[in-house]
Every structure is written in C-alpha cells, then in structure tokens.
Design a protein around this ligand. Structure first.
Ligand SMILES: *[C@@H]1O[C@H](CO)[C@@H](O)[C@H](O)[C@H]1NC(C)=O
Ligand SMILES: *[C@@H]1O[C@H](CO)[C@@H](O)[C@H](O)[C@H]1NC(C)=O
Ligand SMILES: *[C@@H]1O[C@H](CO)[C@@H](O)[C@H](O)[C@H]1NC(C)=O
Ligand SMILES: *[C@@H]1O[C@H](CO)[C@@H](O)[C@H](O)[C@H]1NC(C)=O
Ligand SMILES: *[C@@H]1O[C@H](CO)[C@@H](O)[C@H](O)[C@H]1NC(C)=O
Ligand SMILES: *[C@@H]1O[C@H](CO)[C@@H](O)[C@H](O)[C@H]1NC(C)=O
Length: 477
C-alpha cells in the first residue's frame, strides 16, 4: 500500500494509491485512509494541513499473471463495505470530482453483474469473453464518453511538441498526439479548469530525431527537454503543482520513453506515462502508467494483406512462425532453440528474399512474439490483424489494456524458460481451444485498430480509457 500526501499552496492534496493483491483473476479495489504516520512515498509527510477523510478508491491495481507479472486490472467485484464515502473537495474541483464519484458508483454497480454472455443490443460490445468484466468495462467506457475532458498544453513548439511520427514503428505515439491536437473528438477541452487530466504533447521520437547525437548514447538532452517542459507548464499554470503531476500524462512509443521521463522525478514517479516500453522491471508502474500497443505501419498504412485475413475456418498449414533479428535477451534463446530445427516451427533470423512475411503470418496458427531490445513487439498487433494467435514471449511486460482485457482469451503466454518446450505446448492446444482463441482475436481486433477519424472502441479510445481509469483512481480535493 502506498500513500501519498501532498501539500501545496495551503491546499492539501491527497492521493491514495494503494493496492491489494488478490488471486489470479483479479478483483481489486483501492482503499486507504489518510493518516499522519504513513510515510511510505509521502512527499510532505509532516503537513499540518492534512484533511483526514476516509477515501475509497476504485479499481486498478497490480495483479499477477501466470508469468508473475504485475498488471492493472479493472475490478470485477466490489465489496459493499467499500462504498464510496462523501468526498471532501475544494472549490473548483468539486463539480469535476462529483462527476467522477458518480462514474465510480455506476461502474461499481455494473461490475456486480458478472454475466459474461451479455452482448449489448446496439452492438457496442461483440463478445463478453475477451473482457475481465464486460459490464464494468462497458459502463466505464460510456462514463468516459459522457464525462472525460482532457486539456492539451499549448506550450512548446513544433516539431518536438504538438506533433509526432504517424508512420513506421512509433506510429501509436504520433497518431495519439495528432488526434489530441487536431482530431474532432469530444474529449479535448480548451478550458483547463474543466479538465480531468492534462496532456503534455511532446514526442520522444522527435526528440531522438532532433536532439540526440547519434552513437553517443547520451539521453541528457532529451531529459533536459522534458525537465524544461515541466518547469514551463508548472510555472505558467497552477495545475501541475496541485497534484505534483498526478493528473498529467505523456505518451511515448519510443524505447527511450521511460528514460526520457526521468527528466522530471514527479513525471516519472507520479504522472501517468503511456509507454510502449512497459517494462515493470524498469519503473513501469501499472497502477499509474499505461501500456501502449506498438503498431508498426509502414508508410502509415496497415499492410493490405492484413486488412482481410483468410476465412475463419480455412486451414493454416504451419504451426508457428517468427522472423526477426537477434535483439535483446529473449530472441537469442528462441533462435538457438528453434532456428532451422523443425518444419512446424518456422523460426528465421532473416526471411529468405523470396518469402513474404505476412503470408507466413496468414498461414500460421501461432505467431511468436518475443521481446526485442524493449518489451513491446509490433508482432503482437500484426498477429491480431492476421488472426494468428500471438504467443507472447517476454519478461516483465505489462500487456496493453490488460486492466480490462483478458489476454488469455486471445493469446498464449509462454514462460521464457519453457521455450525449449514450445512445440509441445502449442501442439497441446486443442482444436476447440484454438478456435476459441481465434474468435477472441476477431473480437479484440477493433481495440487495436487506428482509425481516421477515430471510431468508438478503437485504439485511440482504449488508450484514453486506460488514462481515464487511472484518473478515476485519483481523488483530488
Ligand atoms: C453500500 O451500498 C449498498 C447499496 O447501495 C448498501 O446496501 C449497503 O448497506 C452499503 N454499505 C455500507 C457499509 O454503507
Ligand atoms: C446472461 O445474459 C444472457 C443474455 O443477456 C441471458 O440470456 C442469460 O440468461 C444471462 N445469464 C444469467 C445467469 O443471468
Ligand atoms: C509550482 O512550484 C514550483 C516549484 O516549487 C514553482 O517554481 C512554481 O512557481 C509553482 N507554480 C505556480 C504556478 O505557482
Ligand atoms: C522517485 O522515486 C525514486 C525511487 O523510488 C525516489 O528515489 C525519488 O526520491 C522519487 N522522487 C520523487 C520526487 O518523488
Ligand atoms: C468454423 O467451424 C466450426 C466447426 O469446426 C463451426 O462451428 C463454426 O461455425 C465455423 N465458423 C465460421 C466462422 O465459419
Ligand atoms: C526489462 O528490464 C529489465 C531490468 O532492467 C532488463 O533486464 C530487461 O532486459 C528488460 N527487458 C527488455 C526486453 O528490454
């Protein structure tokens, strides 16, 4: 349990982020009380102005997957003993906080209905099976649409701020920034007083392009930029200091997103960081940070072969496929074990020139997705598009949207230590189980698609929903 109590400008701001670990399919809520003597993570432990109120918080906490990773989870159960109590709020926050309290109450109520077979009439949700708690997710999503407001800081100049890459490997970073800057979505507000969260629209990928000196491995210029950026917005506006950045967020798909965010200690420790490189061993904290899917769009487009995968029941001759360089800690193990070893498990370092990467994916039942230099792999989303069951081979990777999605409904995670037994493990998946996973992939695809203009439940909205959940966990008053 972590308790953070802060004070600034005579207004006490308290944030309680605490976690309760519950067994595997996770049911979590966050509960905490302000007290003088809980100094864990306390920035200003001896504030004389602490408000002592019981605070009951909603969902999102760490849970354990079978590979022992921390995950954030949208709660599927709430005990009535944790009913939300009256919220003590201050001035302008009170209306916003009341709205959030209503949202929390509505989600809690919906979460009690655990009927997974529910399919909403208006086709909003296709399949209950892929969600931890479809009712809670649906209610939370609708509450987000109804209420959530994001203020986008106007400070900073092109190209480093207000822009980002919209093609190739870091697409998800740039597309999100563009959508917040220029999109016609309902979430952006120009009135910072009306916002629930504050977006800092800088692009780490563009910092690498414009500020980094190649081959130096020196990220100081990037950290300095972030440090300056936070200094500017926290001097010009009052919002950062109120929560020490806890209701602020950044996004980055670049491998160096996490290290760049170290430019400001509060950004790193307290703000919501939306990151592709969601390595829980490197400071990624699923209670407050958001795992961003890596979506590789060559030239900004989904490869045409992946737009329409083969008919659902058409046969796929190959068991498993991987092709890619020997990057990072896991791939050497995979390549050493399986490269040129077995005609069912096609593992290549480089594909022969006359072979097509996507054809391999479309003809394989399972697509191996090992981490490379960083934990995320664009293969996961490619596999979803190709309806090839992703086999996730990673350590310390917090999977995207795992607070609401049941990844076990559409993917397989294999412990890195079991790579030698990969064939045995995949062969043991029954026909029925395989079809179930494939149906899961069909259902989840919409959550990993980039649209322009954005569409309900697509990846833009899923990212925003992850931020929304983390904001719901925060009480500012
Ligand atoms: C919590 O709320 C439920 C339903 O609104 C109510 O029945 C229950 O008595 C409440 N529990 C507490 C401890 O207030
Ligand atoms: C779950 O929902 C489905 C569809 O709405 C309904 O047919 C079924 O009876 C429900 N099951 C339970 C246990 O409530
Ligand atoms: C926020 O705090 C910093 C550091 O204490 C201070 O320099 C800055 O002026 C404050 N911002 C505002 C708007 O008062
Ligand atoms: C951030 O977290 C690190 C590691 O837990 C700690 O050493 C540091 O003091 C924290 N900084 C702030 C500003 O909270
Ligand atoms: C695929 O085949 C199974 C039986 O093997 C059948 O139940 C199912 O309806 C088929 N799905 C589609 C989409 O054709
Ligand atoms: C994740 O972080 C740990 C700890 O720094 C590191 O050993 C590991 O290599 C990282 N994983 C990847 C794929 O980079």
């Amino acid at each position: 349990m972590v308790m953070v109590t802060m004070k600034s400008y005579g207004v006490s701001v308290s944030i309680v982020l605490s976690a309760v670990f519950v067994a595997s399919i996770v049911i979590v809520f966050i509960f905490g009380c302000f007290s003088d003597n809980n100094g864990i993570g306390s920035f200003y432990a001896n504030s004389e102005e602490e408000i002592k109120i019981p605070v009951v918080e909603l969902m999102t906490t760490a849970a354990r997957t079978h590979i022992g990773e921390a995950r954030a989870v949208l709660s599927s159960e709430f005990s009535s003993k944790f009913n939300s109590t009256a919220i003590v709020t201050k001035k302008e926050n009170s209306k916003l906080e009341q709205g959030l309290a209503s949202a929390r109450a509505a989600i809690r109520k919906a979460a009690l209905n655990r009927n997974k077979s529910i399919i909403y009439k208006n086709n909003d949700l296709l399949s209950g099976q892929i969600y931890r708690n479809p009712n809670a997710f649906y209610r939370s999503y609708v509450e987000m649409e109804r209420r959530f407001k994001v203020y986008v800081y106007e400070e900073g100049e092109l190209p480093l701020v207000h822009d980002g890459p919209c093609k190739d490997i870091y697409t998800s970073e740039g597309r999100f920034i563009h959508e917040m800057e220029q999109g016609n979505n309902r979430f952006r507000t120009r009135n910072p007083e009306a916002a629930h969260v504050y977006f800092m629209p800088f692009s780490v990928t563009w910092m690498v392009k414009y500020l980094y000196h190649p081959n130096t491995y020196n990220v100081t210029p990037l950290k300095d930029f972030v440090s300056d950026y936070v200094r500017i917005i926290s001097t010009k506006h009052s919002f950062w200091n109120k929560t020490q950045g806890a209701d602020h967020f950044m996004i980055s798909c670049h491998d160096w997103g996490p290290v760049t965010s170290q430019g400001n200690a509060f950004l790193y420790n307290t703000s919501i960081r939306v990151l592709c490189n969601a390595n829980s061993s490197e400071g990624f904290n699923p209670k407050k940070d958001v795992s961003l899917p890596e979506i590789h769009l060559y030239g900004g487009k989904v490869p045409s072969k992946l737009l329409s995968p083969p008919p659902f029941n058409s046969s796929r001759p190959r068991l498993a496929f991987f092709a890619g360089g020997v990057h990072g800690p896991i791939r050497p193990i995979l390549l050493q074990q399986w490269k040129n070893r077995d005609s069912d498990i096609r593992v290549y370092e480089y594909l022969p020139k006359d072979q097509d990467y996507y054809n391999f994916m479309l003809q394989s039942r399972f697509c191996l997705c090992p981490s490379g230099y960083e934990v995320a792999s664009p293969r996961i989303v490619e596999a979803i598009y190709a309806e090839c069951i992703p086999v996730i081979l990673s350590d310390h990777y917090v999977l995207p949207f795992s607070d609401v999605l049941r990844w076990e409904a559409f993917s397989i995670q294999v412990d890195v230590s079991k790579i030698p037994r990969l064939k045995e493990i995949l062969m043991a998946v029954s026909k029925d189980e395989y079809l179930r996973l494939k149906e899961g992939l069909r259902a989840v695809r919409r959550h990993f698609v980039l649209n322009k203009p954005v569409q309900r439940f697509d990846v833009f909205h899923m990212i925003l929903h992850s931020v929304w959940l983390r904001r719901l966990n925060l009480r500012v008053g």
